[in-house]
Design a protein around this ligand. Structure first.
Ligand code: HEM
Ligand code: HEM
Length: 584
């Protein structure tokens, strides 16, 4: 084949431009966060100075403060100025009105927002969902990390149970059905009744779904490791009785959500509920299609596979997470969503185009050419919902960008939205015939999978969890640990995906040049090492996330920085008698 110029291909140029967006966003967030860090460091110093000041306070100063406290506590009786006697001002009405000399009070760290009026039984259910989801995240990504290591040390073990072919679906299914699905459904148990302004139809339904899905992932994991699977169909490797448990679980919660929405006290069905309920209906349809016995042969099976894979990611994870975003983002920014109509446009255009694009997984296959072309056109059509959704979210941010600096949840939202734009449109570029020719059999698709499933879905879910759990428990994790989670996951993802994309492009070109296959394996070695490094950072971030969750649900005492004179005096007395620590 003739040598070609990669840079003359639009698909490649679009991909490079898109990937530079998250890098720029990272730089922006770094600058923002650094300035916040410096400010909080200076505040901390001030706080220490304040503590030293309290400790060194002389009895005279203390007496002065006590006097001042009395002055401040004094209330006019409305007769003072009516008297003919000369006012002595012994209560400090005239002198020194505003100054508490030498005293500076430090702003208290933002505390967990008060628990809204939410049923404790429902909070418990939601926390169970999130707890189980986190377990599957840790488990699934530990397996993913091990798979990544196997690329650079293929002989690390020789047990059939731990072979690459068995562990790979263990990883994908655990993170799909165990982590992301449980987290989404758990969060929906909060969102659905809240935007319907009513109580949840049935808590028992919630627990049934939780048990069924957990049972499905446990049984699925064990059977896959034992070599019992559904054949080659990707993401549907669980045998049908096991997948049935998952489907039943989704059905029970779908019914519960439907009944809850039916008895809503609001006139409209808020857009979040449209997305969530549709996602649950779609996943049931696609699961039936994927397992329907008469569609499991020949080319038809391949078409079903493409349909299933992309509806799985697009109509289940993406539709569901977008529904949650339509609730949590406006809520977090304390303002309505920029445009309800854009949300509806994104909803219907997503349903129109996403359901057509499955065959883009098999460009140049034996599937009819016209069907492949429909999928490519549908992939381009996806620009409409993606741009509509991203615009809606970014315009909702408008006027509130400064909140990103003081919030530890909003950076997760922002990264999720940015990857929604870049990851999806990078998918559009990957569906073009030429780009697919270079990238299809390489690790480029693995990079795309993680840019989307990780960059979009995981970041959004983390943002929602960090928003919701403190509301349920009244406790927040330390900002530094949430920041560590964010940065390790974000940098890890960039390390994971960018080298894979670069290496895969070189590899694809090598194949087109007709070079020996093994040379392309050698070429990939350093890129796989980068993936393992990035994966390790991501994995570490999940451990921190799990610890943060623990901190949010355990019982803990919060220390407060004194604000008023009387609080300062109390702190001083406590310091003298009990030696308590101030701040925290
Ligand atoms: C505009 C939207 C999108 C388009 C056009 C698109 C396009 C593509 C294409 C062309 C492939 C196949 C590459 C190949 O096999 O050669 C692919 C694979 C994949 N995409 Fe997307 N994508 C989009 C959005 C998403 C989203 C939002 C997610 C996840 C939330 C996602 C997850 C995946 C996954 C997991 C695969 C790998 C499937 C496999 O194992 O073969 N994509 N995408
Ligand atoms: C520590 C974090 C993670 C690591 C180290 C990791 C590693 C891996 C590895 C090594 C593979 C196999 C790639 C191959 O066959 O060439 C893989 C596949 C995959 N992982 Fe992960 N993963 C991680 C997190 C996640 C998460 C959280 C999700 C989803 C929520 C996810 C979704 C997927 C998908 C969809 C595939 C199939 C890719 C494809 O066929 O295109 N991964 N992962």
């Amino acid at each position: 084949m003739e040598r070609f110029n990669l840079w003359s291909e639009w698909g490649v140029v679009i991909t490079v431009v898109l990937i530079s967006i998250p890098v720029l966003v990272a730089a922006f967030i770094v600058i923002y966060r650094t300035s916040v860090f410096i400010k909080s460091y200076l505040r901390k110093k001030e706080e220490e100075k304040f503590i030293r000041y309290l400790q060194a306070m002389s009895p005279e100063e203390k007496a002065q403060l006590e006097n001042r406290e009395k002055e401040l506590a004094y209330r006019l009786s409305d007769h003072e100025l009516g008297s003919k006697q000369k006012a002595t001002d012994s209560r400090g009405l005239i002198d020194n009105i505003q100054n508490a000399t030498g005293l500076r009070f430090i702003e208290q760290k933002k505390k967990g927002q008060p628990r809204p009026n939410i049923d404790t039984a429902l909070s418990k259910l939601i926390l169970w969902y999130i707890g189980c989801a986190i377990f599957w995240l840790i488990f699934g990504t530990t397996v993913g990390e091990y798979l990544g290591i196997k690329f650079i040390a293929p002989d690390v073990d020789h047990f059939s149970w731990l072979s690459f072919g068995r562990l790979r679906p263990v990883h994908t299914n655990a993170v799909f059905w165990g982590w992301a699905s449980l987290a989404m459904i758990g969060l929906a148990y909060y969102v659905i009744p809240r935007v319907s302004n009513t109580v949840i139809y049935s808590l028992r339904a919630g627990y049934s779904t939780l048990i069924l899905i957990n049972a499905s992932v446990i049984a699925g994991t064990l059977s896959l490791m034992a070599g019992i699977n559904n054949g080659g169909g990707e993401y549907r490797e669980y045998i049908w009785p096991i997948m049935l448990l998952f489907g039943l679980g989704v059905f029970i919660s779908l019914r519960c959500f439907y009944k809850t929405i039916a008895k809503r006290t609001t006139k409209e069905i808020y857009v979040s509920n449209w997305y969530i309920v549709s996602a649950m209906m779609f996943v049931l349809v696609i699961a039936v299609v994927a397992y329907w016995p008469s569609w499991q042969n020949g080319l038809g099976e391949t078409i079903v596979q493409g349909y299933y894979m992309h509806q799985g990611v697009g109509m289940w994870f993406m539709l569901f997470s977008l529904g949650l975003m339509y609730y949590f983002l406006p809520q977090q920014l304390n303002k309505p969503i920029y445009s309800y109509s854009l949300g509806i446009l994104a909803f219907w255009s997503q349903i129109l185009f996403y359901t057509l694009i499955g065959t883009h997984h098999f460009i140049f296959s034996a599937i009819p050419w016209w069907l492949q072309t429909v999928a490519i056109v549908g992939s381009v059509g996806m620009i409409i919902p993606v741009v509509a959704g991203t615009t809606n979210f970014l315009m909702t941010f408008k006027g509130s960008w400064n909140k990103i600096a003081s919030s530890y949840t909003l950076p997760f939202y922002l990264v999720g939205i940015v990857f929604y734009f870049t990851g999806s449109l990078q998918g559009t570029a990957e569906a073009f015939r030429f780009t697919n020719l270079i990238w299809h059999f390489t690790d480029f698709t693995v990079a795309h999978s993680h840019l989307t499933m990780y960059g979009i879905i995981c970041f959004m879910l983390w943002g929602f969890i960090y928003t919701l759990v403190p509301r349920l428990t009244g406790k927040e994790p330390p900002q530094i640990l949430v920041g560590s989670h964010f940065w390790l996951a974000f940098i890890g993802l960039l390390f994971y995906t960018i080298p894979l994309m670069l290496g895969s492009s070189l590899r694809g070109m090598m194949w087109m040049d007709g070079k020996p296959f093994i040379e392309s394996v050698e070429l990939m070695a350093p890129f796989w090492l980068w993936r393992a490094i990035g994966g390790s950072l991501m994995w570490l971030s999940h451990i921190i996330f799990a610890y943060n969750f623990y901190l949010m649900v355990r019982t803990r005492k919060d220390a407060a920085i004194p604000k008023s004179v009387s609080e300062v005096l109390k702190a001083k007395n406590d310091l003298d008698t009990k030696g308590i620590e101030i701040g925290g």
